[in-house]
Design a binder for this molecule. Structure first.
Ligand SMILES: Cc1ncc(COP(=O)(O)O)c(C=O)c1O
Length: 439
């Protein structure tokens, strides 16, 4: 039996009991359960990098505003589907202040997280034109969005952007768009899982092609303002969060409060629809909705069907945080910079011990340090690496489940790892490297 930091026989046994056909390809939640069980059986804490849960406390501003709203009695009242006016106002200001894009309050719609935002978006964008019934993912990406399309019985196509950065993106995208079946392009920026950030050249290409082929772009800003190479924290001042909205009117943004505001538990995000797209009429929408207007179909068709609005008090909580951010009294970016600082140290611990960073560049620039990074180890596939690391008390997910073609890679999330665990991480990585470097 091998001598590993976590008792070999227990890990082996727990993997067997999990009944997972292939641990190396397990979903995030399956890995969470498995690691919980190993931790309980051994009493040894893992360096947990499998799940993207915020590891920071939210601002008191949000919590207090929610408490006040509850005391005012909002709990017994259904919220308006399009959101409370205070929130809509602050979202529109926020989009202007931090993205430098003008949008009407009408197009700022709260959703139950960006998760619900994506589900609602698919219900409409994929039905605007009877001939266009397929979503194109610029991958790697967030696996649950593909699950949403499966559940909806809708089609998607995908490619890994790794080899198509910069100008190369144009031909690759056109090879899909020319076929005529793509309704929507979706990507996250910064990207989960690779943390690549699209450059303005790339966003411009996406925007120009969205115009040429009349495609709607869903820009998933789950990690809003978290490219820490730039200071995106000052309202109304450049630099701003880069966006495709500078190059096309066919956009819809999903802004999540989960990571940038550490508000994941309250399940609120916002969908922001461009003024032109909101008003645009697509006769084919009448197949599913009472109106052919995009915004109307989204609000009273899709969003209404999914949840009749978003938790009333939480809307006030987010409104309060956005208001303070807009007024420059709450620097939310400063708070989450901790992720970037931890990533820098953790990436070095991995690379000092024989690991490689898989996605390592934005065109010619080194990648930013942020919420996630990607790793591989020479000679091991991603699936083998994931399973092997479990014996060393380190958990991550395989890039293979994210639409990445880099099947040697894993995604590591920094958020749940405490700085006090860095010595453990270093020690375990050293052991791992010693045990594997010549095999
Ligand atoms: C790329 C991406 N999109 C969407 C989401 C969902 O965000 P929310 O918590 O707002 O539903 C996540 C969450 O991890 C994500 O990584």
């Amino acid at each position: 039996m091998k001598n590993t930091p976590i008792p070999y026989d227990i890990v082996k046994q727990k993997i067997k009991e999990s009944n997972l056909p292939n641990v190396g390809r397990a979903s995030i939640r399956e890995l969470v359960r498995l690691v919980n069980e190993i931790e309980a059986a051994t009493g040894i804490k893992y360096v947990r990098m499998e799940m993207g849960v915020p590891g920071l406390e939210p601002s008191e501003l949000g919590i207090n505003a929610e408490i006040e709203a509850l005391k005012r009695g909002v709990a017994s009242k259904y919220p308006m589907i399009d959101g409370v006016p205070e929130l809509k106002k602050e979202v529109a200001r926020f989009v202007k202040n931090f993205i430098n894009i003008d949008v009407n309050e009408q197009g700022c719609i709260p959703t139950v997280g960006s998760m619900q935002g994506a589900m609602a978006a698919f219900l409409v964008t994929n039905r605007c034109n009877v001939k266009k019934d397929t979503v194109l993912f610029i991958d790697p990406g967030f696996p649950v969005q593909k699950q949403q399309l499966h559940v909806l019985g809708m089609n998607y196509e995908t490619f890994d952007v790794y080899n198509y950065r910069g100008e190369k993106l144009r031909d690759k995208l056109e090879s899909y768009l020319q076929k005529g079946n793509i309704s929507t392009i979706l990507y996250s920026n910064p990207n989960n899982p690779s943390w690549i950030c699209f450059t303005d050249t790339e966003l411009q290409i996406i925007g120009e092609l969205a115009n040429k082929y009349d495609i709607i772009v869903i820009e998933d800003l789950a990690y809003f303002a978290m490219d820490f190479r730039k200071d995106l924290s000052k309202p109304g001042e450049p630099p701003f969060q880069p966006t495709v909205a500078n190059y096309t009117n066919n956009w819809l943004m999903l802004i999540s409060s989960s990571k940038a505001f550490s508000y994941a538990g309250q399940r609120i995000g916002v969908m922001v629809i461009s003024n032109q797209l909101y008003k645009r009429k697509y006769p084919d929408l009448k197949r599913y909705f009472t109106s052919e207007e995009f915004g109307y179909a989204m609000l009273y068709g899709a969003v209404y069907s999914l949840s009749s609005g978003v938790c009333h008090s939480t809307q006030y909580g987010l409104a309060a945080m956005l208001k303070a951010a807009n007024e420059g009294t709450f620097n939310f970016v400063e708070t989450v910079k901790e992720y970037g600082e931890k990533a820098k140290i953790m990436k070095k611990l991995f690379t000092d011990n024989g690991f490689k960073i898989v996605y390592d560049k934005d065109e010619d620039k080194p990648l930013a340090d942020g919420f996630y990074f990607t790793i591989s180890y020479p000679g091991l596939s991603g699936e083998e690496l994931l399973e092997e690391l479990l014996y060393y008390g380190i958990s991550a997910i395989s890039l293979a489940i994210t639409g990445s073609e880099r099947t040697e890679g894993l995604r590591a999330c920094v958020s749940q790892v405490q700085r006090s665990q860095f010595p453990d991480l270093e020690e375990r990585l050293k052991r791992f490297n010693e045990d594997h470097k010549n095999s």
